[in-house]
Design a protein around this ligand. Structure first.
Ligand code: 5GP
Ligand code: ZN
Length: 113
């Protein structure tokens, strides 16, 4: 999608520290990390947010979860990490391209703020 920063990263038009990629998904380090390990896991195909996903996106969403688990292993936080998506502005979503934050490397408090 035009003017979507994550579509541009997925297309290789904007640089990012990519830690994992396959034909459907991509993971890269967040520009403004909130934990020692903070990666973003995205589908290459543009979906605005989780609530914009359709029944036909089920396989892609499953692949995203599998990719996230691989990323956790690659970044050596698979023993303790959090996977979270901010759905909508009120939840803190600032980039309208579905992404999961993968956070680890420090104690993660619950409930989150
Ligand atoms: P949100 O606020 O939508 O849940 O998360 C968006 C995340 O994307 C933020 O944590 C922000 O730091 C990150 N981000 C925004 N633009 C870029 C970028 O151009 N490159 C990278 N690597 N991260 C970005
Ligand atoms: Zn996009």
């Amino acid at each position: 999608m035009a003017d979507c920063i994550f579509c541009k990263i997925a297309a290789g038009e904007v640089n990012a520290k990519v830690v994992y990629e396959d034909e459907d998904t991509l993971a890269f380090i967040d520009l403004n990390p909130q934990a020692p390990t903070h990666a973003l896991v995205i589908p290459r195909r543009h979906i605005d947010r989780l609530t914009a996903a359709q029944d036909g996106d089920a396989a892609l969403l499953g692949k995203l979860q599998i990719a996230a688990a691989k990323v956790a292993k690659i970044l050596k936080v698979d023993g303790a990490f959090r996977l979270v998506t901010n759905n909508g502005k009120g939840a803190g979503q600032s980039v309208d391209h579905l992404h999961y934050h993968l956070l680890g490397g420090r104690k993660l408090l619950w409930p989150p703020g």
